[in-house]
Design a protein around this ligand. Structure first.
Ligand code: C5P
Length: 250
C-alpha cells in the first residue's frame, strides 16, 4: 500500500515488535533460530504472519540478527504478507532486552499499543493476539498470555559440588503459577519507560513493568503459542502446521 493511501495510525493502532536476533543454541548448530524453516517457511515468517493476522496490527518491526538484517529484509520481501501491514527490519543487540529496546526505538509516533512477540513462538493463534490487544485497550498497562502449569515446580539451591544433586528449597503452590507466553501487550509509554528505567537482566518485558510497580494482568494463553526451543519443539510445530492444513481442507 502506498503511504498516501494508508490511514495514519491513531490511538487505537497497534504495532508488534518481534525480537528475532537470538542464536537459538539450544536447538543445535545451524542458522539463527528465527531463520530456520518450519514446513519450508522460516519460523520468523510464521511469527510475522501471526502478528499481521490481527486486524488491529498495522506495523510489524522485526529485530534481526545484527549481521543478518539484509537477509531478513529479503526474506520478508520473498514471502506473501498482508498488504494492510507495514514491515520494518532493524538490527538487534546482544540480549533479548537490548533487541526489544532497539525495536522500540524504531517505532514511529501514533502507535499507542505495542506487542512484543518472540520469533520463537511462530504458531500463536490470532484469537490470543486479539485478546492481549483488547485487554491493553481496556486499560491494562501490561498484559501477558499465560497457561496453568502441568508440572509441579521446585525451587533449588546451587549444588554443593559440581555434579552433586541440587537441594530443593521450596515448592511453590502450582495452582498460583502460570507459564507466560507472548505476545505480551503494553501501553506504549509504559513499555518505553520500563526499558529506560530497568537495567537488570529479565527474561520477559512484563517483569520490567512489574518492577515499575505497575499492574500486569494475565489473559488465557494457548497451547499452540509454545516456544520453539529444543529439537523436539520443531517436530511438534510441524505437527501443528500439518493439523491446521488438514483442518483448513488443503
Ligand atoms: O533465547 P530465548 O528463546 O529466550 O529468546 C527469545 C526471543 O528473543 C527469540 O525470538 C530470540 O530470537 C530473541 N532474542 C533477540 N536478541 C537476542 C537474544 C534473543 O532478539 N540477543
Amino acid at each position: 500500500m502506498s503511504d498516501e493511501s494508508r490511514p495514519s495510525p491513531g490511538a487505537a493502532s497497534t504495532a508488534a515488535v518481534i525480537p528475532a536476533a537470538g542464536r537459538g543454541v539450544r536447538l543445535g548448530p545451524g542458522a539463527p533460530k528465527a531463520l530456520r524453516a518450519l514446513n519450508g517457511t522460516p519460523m520468523l515468517i510464521h511469527a510475522v504472519r501471526a502478528m499481521a493476522a490481527s486486524n488491529a496490527v498495522s506495523l510489524v518491526i522485526v529485530v534481526a540478527p545484527p549481521e543478518g538484517a539484509t537477509e531478513v529484509k529479503s526474506m520478508l520481501d520473498a514471502h506473501a504478507l498482508p498488504e494492510r501491514t507495514d514491515f520494518v527490519v532493524v538490527p538487534g543487540g546482544a540480549t533479548r532486552q537490548e533487541s526489544v529496546k532497539l525495536g522500540l526505538d524504531a517505532l514511529p509516533p501514533g502507535y499507542e499499543t505495542v506487542l512484543v512477540h518472540d520469533a520463537a513462538r511462530p504458531l500463536v493463534p490470532v484469537d490470543t493476539v486479539d485478546a492481549v490487544i483488547d485487554a491493553v485497550r481496556e486499560g491494562a498497562p501490561a498484559v501477558v498470555p499465560a497457561l496453568p502449569l502441568a508440572d509441579t515446580v521446585k525451587e533449588v539451591a546451587p549444588a554443593t559440588a559440581p555434579g552433586a544433586p541440587e537441594p530443593v528449597v521450596a515448592t511453590p503452590d502450582r495452582a498460583r503459577l502460570r507459564a507466560v507466553q507472548t505476545p505480551q501487550g503494553f501501553d506504549r509509554a509504559t513499555l518505553v519507560r520500563a526499558h529506560e528505567t530497568v537495567t537488570n537482566d529479565v527474561t520477559d518485558d512484563a517483569s520490567m513493568v512489574e518492577q515499575l510497580g505497575l499492574r500486569v494482568v494475565v489473559v488465557p494463553g494457548h497451547e499452540e503459542a509454545f516456544k520453539v526451543t529444543r529439537p523436539l519443539d520443531l517436530v511438534l510445530a510441524e505437527a501443528v502446521l500439518a493439523r491446521r492444513r488438514l483442518n483448513d481442507g488443503f
